[in-house]
Design a protein around this ligand. Structure first.
Ligand SMILES: C[S@@+](CC[C@H](N)C(=O)[O-])C[C@H]1O[C@@H](n2cnc3c(N)ncnc32)[C@H](O)[C@@H]1O
Length: 329
């Protein structure tokens, strides 16, 4: 006797309702269907139909564009992005020379790229959000800077030749990348051998449950946040991409919770949950971001790190077996 077909639901009930909500908000329609896969097995697919006028499917990168278009002008002027000391710390960490060709990945409104343009020969800033690039171009025009240019491009697939920059940097964007390993590989590819690579970003706890607590409230506040990485993971990604870590500088971004929520224009229903999670963190020390109250105002501290490395030439990678770990005892 032939057994009854088994149904496999490929989209979890919560994933399903989320997708349908998103699809209503973008005005697209949805469908579902079933197909035969193997004997006695059927798969249940949820698909979404997009009007041909839509530029992007509702994938992660379109969430990034949506969030950074929505936040564009307020965000460009935010204290943390414009802080000249923070910009200078990153620039000085790379030891720039006046003749350097610099690439800034995910440049946003271009503050870091414009800072480099004061010290270096040629600077390129790339980003996937056009609204951010427009602000960056406007700023460089206002300041009469002519050695920087801004172009559209994806950090996971850089539109540049191998070995074409002396310095490649990325600030406050790694937590938005779906595949940070690919981005580090791309940064390494476009950097010349012996050139400098620096990643400056929020870092999460080395302890996974604490890291995921922070990432959960960060994602609720801004759905384009994927995951702040622990420092050890950024260092490991450098090593996997022929980059030798030369320096690590740590710091914090102290955030006033209400200001930080209003910058991202987080809808009230999600903002309430973010407040609840951070208040619980203040009481029970859940994430390592050390939330605290001052004059009835709630704050927390994002830990950050600038990881700097040198892109090694292949001949420096060596082929020696590892023999320098003598057995103890
Ligand atoms: C928080 S902003 C940081 C802006 C800038 N790096 C700074 O520190 O002033 C993050 C930026 O990353 C950009 N971004 C995110 N994913 C990207 C990708 N895959 N390729 C290029 N840009 C990306 C967003 O569009 C946004 O402008």
């Amino acid at each position: 006797m032939t057994p009854a077909p088994r149904w496999i639901q490929r989209v979890s009930p919560s994933g399903l309702s989320k997708r349908i909500t998103e699809c209503h908000s973008t005005g697209s329609s949805h469908y579902n269907t079933s197909v035969e896969t193997a004997p006695n097995t059927r798969a249940f697919y949820i698909g979404i139909l997009y009007p041909s006028s839509m530029e992007d499917p509702p994938d992660h990168k379109s969430a990034v564009r949506r969030e950074f278009t929505k936040q564009a002008s307020d965000y460009a002027e935010s204290d943390i992005l414009t802080d000249p000391e923070k910009i200078d710390s990153l620039i000085q960490a790379t030891g720039p020379s006046s003749g350097a060709r610099v690439l800034e990945i995910a440049t946003g409104p271009g503050h870091v790229a414009l800072g480099f343009a004061e010290e270096c020969d040629q600077v390129t800033g790339i980003d996937i959000t056009e609204a951010q690039l427009e602000i960056a171009r406007e700023k460089s025009k206002e300041r009469g800077v002519d050695n920087v240019h801004f172009e559209k491009g994806d950090a996971e697939d850089l539109p540049h030749q191998d070995d074409s920059f002396d310095i490649v940097v990325c600030r406050l964007a790694f937590h938005h990348f779906e595949d940070p390993a690919v981005v580090v590989e791309e940064m390494s590819r476009v950097c010349r051998p012996d050139g400098t690579i620096a990643v400056d970003d929020i870092i999460a706890s080395e302890l996974p449950p604490r890291a995921s607590y922070q990432n959960e409230f960060e994602r609720l506040r801004d759905p384009s946040h994927v995951r702040a990485l622990p420092l050890s993971e950024i260092i490991a990604l450098f090593s996997q991409s022929k980059i030798e870590v030369t320096d690590v500088f740590s710091s914090t971004n102290v955030q006033e919770v209400e200001q930080w929520l209003s910058l991202a224009k987080t809808p009230e229903s999600r903002a309430d949950e973010v407040r609840r999670l951070i208040e619980e963190d203040a009481r029970d020390d859940r994430s390592g971001t050390r939330p605290f109250w001052q004059d009835d105002t709630l704050y927390f501290a994002q830990n950050t790190a600038i990881v700097v490395g040198r892109r090694l030439r292949d001949s420096r990678l060596g082929d020696r077996q590892v023999t320098d770990h003598p057995r103890s005892g």
